[in-house]
Design a binder for this molecule. Structure first.
Ligand SMILES: O=c1ccn([C@H]2C[C@H](O)[C@@H](CO)O2)c(=O)[nH]1
Ligand SMILES: [Zn+2]
Length: 133
């Protein structure tokens, strides 16, 4: 699975976005270490804060199907530059990734920013911080 293919899956998933409030469609695709792919879109709600972002939809689909180790993530939106995931999604990405897991951020113009999960959320709180629990 290439970077380009993962971004294409994210683009297709974007078409399923349920966005009656923002009209801002986002798509995501996750490649997991077992070779499977999972896609997601943003899903809004009339109770606005209940909205689920595309990234978390894709990750939660993977985890709920038994795939908890992410190999790569792609995200796409109709943004000026490459899309920037929200803080909640960055934290959820870290839970199921390695520090160097690649994240491909893109937009409809085809601009791509290739980054990593740890670069997106430096100093994140992780399960390693749960000592003394
Ligand atoms: O990376 C992002 C940024 C925003 N959104 C969604 C949340 C909401 O439905 C809409 C506007 O913020 O876009 C995502 O799904 N992913
Ligand atoms: Zn988010």
């Amino acid at each position: 699975m290439e970077k380009k293919q993962l971004m294409e899956l994210a683009k297709e998933a974007r078409e399923h976005a349920y966005v009656p409030y923002s009209q801002f469609k986002v798509g995501a695709a996750v490649l997991t270490k077992d070779g499977r792919t999972f896609t997601g879109c943003n899903i809004e709600n009339s109770s606005y804060p209940l909205t689920n972002c595309a990234e978390r939809t894709a990750i939660f689909k993977a985890v709920s199907e038994g795939a908890t180790e992410i190999e790569a993530i792609a995200v796409i939106g109709n943004t000026t530059g490459p899309i920037s995931p929200c803080g909640a999604c960055r934290q959820v990405m870290i839970e199921f990734s390695d520090a160097n897991t690649p994240v491909y951020l893109t937009n409809l113009q085809g601009e791509v920013e290739e980054t990593t999960v740890s670069a997106l959320l430096p100093g994140a709180f992780t399960k390693e911080d749960l000592h003394g629990k």
